[in-house]
Structure formats: structure tokens, C-alpha cells
Design a protein around this ligand. Structure first.
Ligand code: ADP
Ligand code: MG
Length: 510
């Protein structure tokens, strides 16, 4: 038995003329945790889809050698049979079925077509214990959070006698403690001899658990680094990913802050359906011209609800309080009014609310600004295309052209399209909700530059982010929120991660 459990040799995969993978090589040793790093669109997911038979033999060039055998998978069933199991970026559970039903879906326990419910429950219990999930087998998927759903996917994977577990950005949507649990579980699996390939942009996690890191850039293997040789460092990984050194994660920038421009006064909001539940309690907030203001808070603190309630009352009921722009009170009773008043809200949920996935980059970008590229009611398509091309270049969006459907873009590039859409609407006030969630360091840097450019142009910018380093690195002034209230306000330079965290969990308002 060789030391290498898996070798992928000279893998080349083409999508309609574009080489997503170009002679990629990957060697994974038995029992190790092997991370794949690379910018959005580098080809990581595609490589793992080749490995697991999502793209079957004949669809790509090159060889997959698993346990010294050349494999030609016709579909994922065949790779699973050998113990190669992939958990995709988008979870594939059925929300209306129970945990147990999901785990054994397509693999039911029973005889003569009759499902053995007792045995199913018993086995589910054992599996849930193994992955450390404290839930009943009968609980519906829709009633548990993403972190727990991820564990159900893993429980499902280990029913399949897994030898290589592949996780494609498993922690992108998880909070810190769920991520921590998941990583602990991977270390546990490692002890049991399971090999793991993990794709992640969170370099601190990669550093914490990986034995080896392979870096992919533009569909090519750059290098593999080994922890035991002391080769793993964030700086080295970043350099490999982006092809240049980023000395600073946040671009150097001297703000030019003007007078107060957008104000929220005595803002109260109630839950849309449980109308006696107060969600936001007496929020007061100011953003100046040219200022980048941050809102830090834990999940559920009310940050997104605040932005959405301001943005044309798209969240909440019984909303009271005032919105002031340039000294004038404005009334934003719906989203159209908000857009007309120059307010933009780039949503954290880009797939759900931010984009029309089956439409092109051009069409998505012009969605919020049709009046700028139309004469009367006719859309000037040339103008629309010209603008899309300008922003594609400016934001370094990786795509074939501006006619590509956004569905086939990687996450970071989708996020850039969302931002371009709002920039094109020429807003005065921007709320950016988790603008860099799930995207890589290179693309983050591009987005930071764009945010700073907007502030430099005198716009009032508000960033909502769960990443405290990002808030500290980007914002001139920082508010913290907890349980629907603003709990602190600090200037750049005065705040630290510790003080912010303290105020994010502090119940006393300012
Ligand atoms: N189904 C598809 N059709 C067309 N292009 C695709 C498809 N899937 C991926 N691509 C392209 O292949 C490249 C690699 O994508 P992907 O493997 O998803 O990157 P990563 O996972 O590293 O972010 C990107 O340029 C992406 O746009
Ligand atoms: Mg991917």
C-alpha cells in the first residue's frame, strides 16, 4: 500500500472553451487533512467534482489514481462505492424530511421495500453521537441551523464507509463555534484514519488543521506545502493564491470625512409576524459624507434587520422613527422609493435576494439602474453592455464575457456582480451586508478598494460584518449591536477585537 491514497494527474477540464483546469496535479497522503486553497474561480470545486464523478470519465482529461488503481467514474455512485464522498458547497438535504430520513435517503434500511423504522432510528442515533449532534432523529431539517445541517451531511457521509471525505467550503456559512466543532470532528476522523480534503478561504482554519495545503491559481497547481516541513504560513499561502504579495490585508487609505449625511433617529421595529416582539429598540446612528461606518454584532443582534427596515421597510412592522438625508427627512415606504432616494442595500444572501441567477452579468448589473441606461422606457443595450464591461474590468470579475450567466460564476465573482449592480445605481448611501463573506483574500482586497473609492467620492458607507478584523481594518467609526440595540460607538484606532466583543455581548445601551 503506497503512502499516497490519491493522485490526480494532469487533470484538464474545459467549459465551453474555457480551461477551468489546466494540467492540475494533486497528491494526497493516506490519513492526512489536505487543504485546497485558491481564489474564487481558481478551479477547486471543479477539481473535486472531477474526483467524485460529478464530471464523469470522458468529460475531462488526465488520470485519477485511487489506492494505486486508475479509476474511471461514470457518476458519483461509483466513486462513493470506493469510499470517496463529497459534501458540496450547497447542502443537498431535503428540508421537509427528518434527519433520519435524510441520512438514509436512497439507502433505506429494510427488507422487501419496507423501511425498518426502529433500525433506522437506532443507527441514526449512533451516527449523530459520532458527529456530536444532539438532536432527535425525527427532527425536521428545516428546524435546525446550517451548522447542524452540515453535521447531518457528514453523518450521511460516514454511512458510506468513507475513505476520503471531501468538504467544499464547509465553514463558509457557519459561526465561530460551529466551525470549531466541525474542525474538531475532522481531527477526530483523522485519528480513525479517514483522509480529508477541505476547501476553505479561512486561512486561520486551514493553518490550524491541515497537514498539507495545495494551492491552485487560474486552473493550475502552484505548489503543495507541508506543515511538517514548516512551510505553512498565511503569507505564503496568500502569495501563492493571488500571485503577488499582499503586504496589507486592507488597502492604505486616508479618509476625507465631511458633515453628517444620513441619520437614523429613534428607530423602533417589530417582528413582521410576531408583532408584539420588538426587534430593534431605539436605534440612533449617523453616517457622514465620505465615512465608512461599521456595525459589529453577533448573529441575531439585529444588524441585517436594521439595514432592511431602513431600505424601503423591507423588514419588520410597526416601524417608527426618522430617517434624515442631507438634513431632510425622507420616507422610504418601499424599495423603489429607497432606490430613488439614493439608498442601496447589498444583501448578505446573494443567491436568495441579490441576483437573478439564470440571467447574464450585464442584466444583473443593470437591474437597479435601468433608468441610467434607457431612453424613455427602452433599454439601451449597448450602453448596458458598455457599463457591464467597464465594471467587469474594474472589479476584475473572472468570467468568459459579460453575457455569462451569473449562476456559473464562483461566489466571489457573484458578490462582485452584486456590488457592481449597486454602484451602477449611483447611490448616496450604501449598506453593505457581509460584503466579503465566503470570498478569498484577493477578491476581498478588490472589494475593499471599491468601498474606499465610494467613500472617497463622498458617499456614506455602512458595512455590516461578522469579521472583526475586517471592521477594524476598514471602518472609520464602529457601532456594536446586541439584542436589537446599539451598545457602543468607537472611533477607528480606539477599538480592539476585545472591546468590540465585549460590547457585542453587553446588554447596556449607549
Ligand atoms: N458549470 C459551469 N459552466 C461554466 N463554467 C463553469 C462551471 N462551473 C465552473 N465554471 C468556471 O470554472 C472556473 C472554476 O470554477 P470553480 O471550480 O467553481 O472555482 P472555485 O471552486 O475555485 O471557486 C470558473 O471560471 C467558473 O466560472
Ligand atoms: Mg468552489
Amino acid at each position: 500500500m503506497s503512502e499516497c491514497i490519491l493522485e490526480m494527474r494532469n487533470i484538464t477540464k474545459v467549459f465551453s472553451g474555457i480551461k477551468a483546469l489546466n494540467y492540475v496535479n494533486l497528491r494526497v497522503k493516506r490519513g492526512e487533512i489536505h487543504a485546497l486553497c485558491g481564489e474564487n474561480g481558481a478551479g477547486k470545486s471543479t477539481l473535486m467534482k472531477v474526483l467524485s464523478g460529478v464530471y464523469p470519465t470522458g468529460d475531462y482529461e488526465g488520470d485519477i489514481v485511487f489506492e494505486d488503481q486508475v479509476c474511471q467514474f461514470k457518476g458519483i455512485k461509483e466513486s462513493e462505492k470506493l469510499g470517496i464522498v463529497i459534501i458540496h458547497q450547497e447542502l443537498a438535504l431535503v428540508p421537509q424530511l427528518s434527519i433520519a430520513e435524510n441520512i438514509f435517503l436512497g439507502n433505506e434500511i429494510g427488507t422487501y421495500g419496507v423501511i425498518d423504522i426502529d433500525e433506522t432510528i437506532k443507527q441514526t442515533d449512533t451516527l449523530l453521537e459520532k458527529v456530536g449532534l444532539d438532536e432527535q432523529p425525527s427532527t425536521l431539517i428545516t428546524n435546525i441551523g446550517v451548522g447542524k445541517q452540515q453535521l447531518v451531511e457528514i453523518a450521511k457521509a460516514i454511512t458510506k464507509n468513507v475513505k476520503i471525505l471531501i468538504l467544499d467550503e464547509p465553514t463558509a456559512a457557519l459561526n465561530e463555534s460551529d466551525s470549531e466543532n466541525l474542525l474538531q470532528l475532522l481531527l477526530e476522523f483523522k485519528k480513525q484514519g479517514i483522509t480529508c480534503i477541505i476547501i476553505s478561504h479561512k486561512l486561520n482554519e486551514v493553518m490550524a488543521v491541515s497537514d498539507a495545503v495545495t494551492i491552485i491559481r487560474d486552473g493550475k497547481t502552484i505548489e503543495t506545502l507541508y506543515a511538517k516541513n514548516g512551510e505553512l504560513s498565511e503569507t505564503r499561502i496568500i502569495k501563492g493564491m493571488v500571485g503577488r504579495s499582499l503586504d496589507h490585508r486592507y488597502p492604505e487609505y486616508v479618509p476625507n470625512i465631511g458633515e453628517p449625511y444620513f441619520e437614523v433617529r429613534n428607530w423602533h421595529v417589530f417582528h413582521p409576524t410576531h408583532t408584539d416582539r420588538k426587534i430593534l429598540d431605539d436605534i440612533n446612528l449617523t453616517i457622514r459624507r465620505g465615512e465608512i461606518v461599521g456595525i459589529a454584532g453577533l448573529m441575531g443582534s439585529g444588524r441585517t434587520e436594521l439595514a432592511r427596515s431602513i431600505f424601503g421597510k423591507s423588514y419588520g412592522t410597526k416601524i417608527t422613527g426618522q430617517l434624515i438625508k442631507a438634513g431632510q427627512e425622507i420616507h422610504l415606504s418601499n424599495v423603489k422609493k429607497a432606490i430613488d432616494e439614493g439608498i442601496a442595500y447589498a444583501t448578505e444572501d446573494r443567491k436568495g435576494n441579490g441576483l437573478v441567477l439564470i440571467e447574464s452579468i450585464t442584466e444583473n448589473m443593470s437591474l437597479a439602474s435601468l433608468k441610467n441606461c434607457s431612453r424613455g422606457t427602452v433599454i439601451d443595450e449597448n450602453e448596458e453592455i458598455k457599463q457591464a464591461e467597464l465594471y467587469k474590468d474594474k472589479m476584475r470579475i473572472k468570467s468568459r464575457d459579460v453575457f455569462q450567466e451569473v449562476e456559473s460564476l464562483s461566489g466571489g465573482n457573484q458578490q462582485k456582480v452584486v456590488l457592481a449592480k449597486w454602484l451602477l445605481s449611483q447611490p448616496d448611501v450604501l449598506f453593505l451586508d457581509e460584503p466579503t463573506r465566503g470570498i478569498d483574500v484577493g477578491a476581498k482586497y478588490d472589494i475593499y478598494l471599491i468601498i474606499q473609492e465610494m467613500a472617497r467620492a463622498g458617499k456614506a458607507v455602512c458595512i455590516i460584518s461578522s469579521e472583526l478584523p475586517e471592521i477594524l481594518g476598514m471602518c472609520d467609526r464602529i457601532y456594536t449591536m446586541n439584542e436589537g440595540r446599539i451598545t457602543s460607538e468607537t472611533l477607528r484606532g480606539e477599538a480592539t477585537q476585545e472591546t468590540l466583543m465585549e460590547n457585542m455581548t453587553n446588554k447596556v445601551g449607549v
